[in-house]
Design a protein around this ligand. Structure first.
Ligand code: SIN
Length: 367
C-alpha cells in the first residue's frame, strides 16, 4: 500500500514536521474562509436539454450537488453547505415555498458562522421571491439570488459563472445591508426595482427606475450604490414567525388593455366567500389607469370591501395618487414604485397587518 500517509511516514522527520505544519496551516486557512449556505430551488440553472445546445429544455432537473460538482475551486472561495429546497420551474413557486425558503434562510443567517446565503432560482419569478424575502428577512448579511438564462447543458450556459459570482458576493462583507440581491449577467440588482424584461436575453434583469447597485464577478462584488441609500423594508418588514401560508389573504392581479370590460372583476366578485380575493391589484395602462367599464367594476369591488391597488404595466416610473383616477374619492391605493407582481406581494403581507387605507398606502409610499 502506498497511501499519502504511508508516503509521509517514509519522509525524514524534519521535513515531515514542516509538511505537517504547512498542511495544518492550509486546513486553518480553509476554516477561516467565510461560510456560505446555498439553497437550490430549480429553474433553468438546473435545466437540461435533450441534446446540448437544443432550444427545448426542461428547467429544474439537476441537483445542487451536480451544479457544485461542475465548479471546482469554489471551496477556495467559501466553505459551502447546501440544501435542495425544491427542484421546480419558478412559475410553480408558491407562498408556502416562499415561507419555507425564508425560514430556512433566516435560520442559517442567524448562525454566527454563516457569512451569507445564495439561492438558485428560476428567473421567471426570481424578482418576486427576492421582494418577498426583502419584506420578511431582517438580517444584514448578504442574500444573493441567481439563476441562468441558458440551461446547464448548453455550451454557453451562464449558470456556472453566475453561481461562482453569487458565492463570492454572499461571502463578501461589502454585500451586507443591501437586502436580497439579484445577480445575473455580472450585475447586482436590489429587490425592489428589479424586473425580468426579456424572454431570452442574458441581460434580462433590469432595474428601470434605479439601475443596478453594482457588478459581480467570481472575484467578488463591486458596488456603485451604497447600501445606506437604499430604502429599508416598508413598514419595518413583516414578522416571518407570524405568517401562515394557508391563512394569507388572497390577492388577484387584473390587467387593463384595449377593449377591456369588467368581466374578470365581476367573476372574482361572484366567487364563494372563501375563494374571493381580499384585494385586487390593477395592472393598469399608463399611470395605472383602465377603461371606464373596468374602473366601474373595480368600484363595485371596493364597495364590497375588496382593497384596490392601482399599479402600471408600463415597466418604468411611478404610479402616484389622484392623477387621472381619483384615489381619494374611490378609496384606492397607488402602488408607487412597485410592479403589479410586487404590489401584489406587499398587499398580501400588508393585509395581514391592517385594512386601514392610509396605513396600506403608507406601506406603498415607503416601498
Ligand atoms: C424558471 O423560471 O424556472 C424557468 C426560466 C428560467 O429559469 O430562466
Amino acid at each position: 500500500m502506498n497511501s499519502p500517509l504511508t508516503r509521509l511516514a517514509r519522509l525524514p522527520l524534519a521535513f515531515t514536521a514542516v509538511l505537517c505544519a504547512s498542511l495544518l496551516a492550509s486546513v486553518a486557512r480553509s476554516d477561516e474562509l467565510p461560510r456560505v449556505a446555498i439553497f437550490a430551488t430549480g429553474g433553468t440553472i438546473a435545466g437540461v436539454q435533450a441534446t446540448p445546445g437544443a432550444a427545448a429544455y426542461k428547467p429544474g432537473v439537476l441537483t445542487l450537488d451536480h451544479l457544485l460538482s461542475k465548479l471546482p475551486g469554489l471551496e477556495k472561495v467559501a466553505r459551502l453547505d447546501g440544501e435542495q429546497i425544491a427542484n421546480i420551474a419558478s412559475q410553480d413557486i408558491t407562498a408556502e415555498l416562499w415561507l419555507h425558503l425564508a425560514r430556512r434562510a433566516a435560520e442559517r443567517l442567524a448562525d454566527p458562522d454563516v457569512a451569507g446565503v445564495v439561492i438558485t432560482h428560476g428567473t421567471d419569478t426570481m424578482e418576486e421571491t427576492a421582494w418577498f424575502l426583502r419584506l420578511v428577512l431582517r438580517s444584514e448579511k448578504p442574500v444573493v439570488l441567481t439563476g441562468a438564462m441558458l440551461p446547464a447543458t448548453d455550451p454557453a450556459a451562464d449558470g456556472p459563472v453566475n453561481l461562482r459570482s453569487a458565492v463570492a458576493t454572499a461571502a463578501s462583507p461589502a454585500a451586507r445591508g443591501y437586502g436580497p440581491l439579484l445577480l445575473l449577467n455580472g450585475e447586482l440588482h436590489s429587490a425592489r426595482d428589479v424586473r425580468k424584461t426579456a424572454t431570452e436575453a442574458i441581460d434580462t434583469f433590469q432595474s428601470p427606475n434605479d439601475g443596478p447597485v453594482g457588478s459581480a464577478t467570481p472575484a467578488g462584488p463591486v458596488f456603485t450604490v451604497s447600501a445606506n441609500s437604499l430604502r429599508p423594508a416598508p413598514g419595518d418588514g413583516f414578522d416571518l414567525a407570524a405568517l401562515d401560508a394557508a391563512k394569507l389573504p388572497r390577492v388577484a392581479i387584473v390587467s387593463a388593455h384595449g377593449d377591456v370590460d369588467g368581466t374578470v372583476v365581476d367573476a372574482l366578485l361572484a366567487l364563494p366567500a372563501e375563494r374571493r380575493p381580499a384585494g385586487i391589484v390593477l395592472s393598469g395602462v399608463g399611470n395605472g389607469n383602465a377603461s371606464a367599464p373596468l374602473l366601474a367594476a373595480l368600484e363595485r369591488a371596493s364597495r364590497e370591501g375588496i382593497i384596490v391597488v392601482r399599479s402600471a404595466r408600463a415597466g418604468r416610473g411611478l404610479v402616484n395618487r389622484n392623477m387621472e383616477v381619483d384615489d381619494d374619492k374611490l378609496g384606492w391605493i397607488a402602488a408607487r414604485a412597485l410592479s403589479p407582481q410586487k404590489a401584489r406581494i406587499l398587499l398580501v403581507l400588508g393585509l395581514t397587518r391592517t385594512r386601514d387605507l392610509a396605513e396600506l398606502q403608507r406601506l406603498f409610499d415607503e416601498a
